[in-house]
Design a protein around this ligand. Sequence first.
Ligand code: C5P
Length: 309
Amino acid sequence: MAGPVSRALRVPSFAKVNLGLEVLGTRGDGYHELRTLFQTVDLADEILLQPRPEDAGVTVACDHPLVPKDGTNLAVRAADALRRYGNVATGVHIEIRKRIPVGGGLGGGSSNAAAVLLGLDRLWRLGLGPAGLHGLARKLGADVPFFLVGGTALGLARGDEVYPLRRQVRAHVVLVDAGMPVSTAAVFRRLDASLTPRENSNSIFYFVSRDLEGSRDLRLLTNDLEQAALEEAPALKERAERIRAVLVRAGAGLAALSGSGSTYFGLFDGAGKARLARRALGAAGFAAIPARTLSLDQYRKVWSRSLGR
Ligand code: C5P
């Protein structure tokens, strides 16, 4: 077998939105049983993996002040875990250029971890691939396995059982960073403390069944975490109402909170409507990021190009 690659490797690390998210109950392991529809978008951080001598270990640099630069960084934990798993005798320096809002429900940290696993699997010639990396990925975080797959996918259990949808969603996306990072764990705690009994919804089941019959209805989808996120960050509520109103007025087929927030997003079937939404959001004082959905095939292609396959 050829030895480890000694040159640096540059890989993308895409963001996701949750088109819908249902919390079905609590689990024995402290997590929650979920049913969610993940979607990758083409907004991405850039990661540079630079081989280092063994005694240098795993180090990280990032241009964003809120991203940890020590061993608690999920990208570092991913590299350490893979290094141990593969008995790798070299170090690596990870450089992250952040474009995905931090603490925004867009999966930036989880995506970075998955990108590091895929990149180092190539750099260190371990040959594990997405399937072989899944076990390590799920230990790092519930959203990490999804980023080994990408596209439009159903997430079950903790969100770490991932099943791609046959018909992939294609749309223009407008992401609105409400500028209030929210802790996912805190939002789940608030949901548990809520006195209002929640009925389990079946919106994702209906969406997927209808979709299989060729009639797609994004408006069926809901996010069970939204209420708790708005309670966790009360100042977000007023902003959320304004953001959603602008997105809907511009013709969004779906206007929703991603994950535990605080990023809202709109899906549009045309570039014109998306542009209109961005302009209106800008005029209302919100930072809007333009993006496109990234389908399963597109995700695969970008990754095989990055890994030189
Ligand atoms: O797995 P990850 O560290 O990304 O999750 C962050 C937090 O979100 C967890 O510590 C947990 O509190 C909460 N969570 C949950 N159930 C899930 C996913 C996440 O309770 N299925």
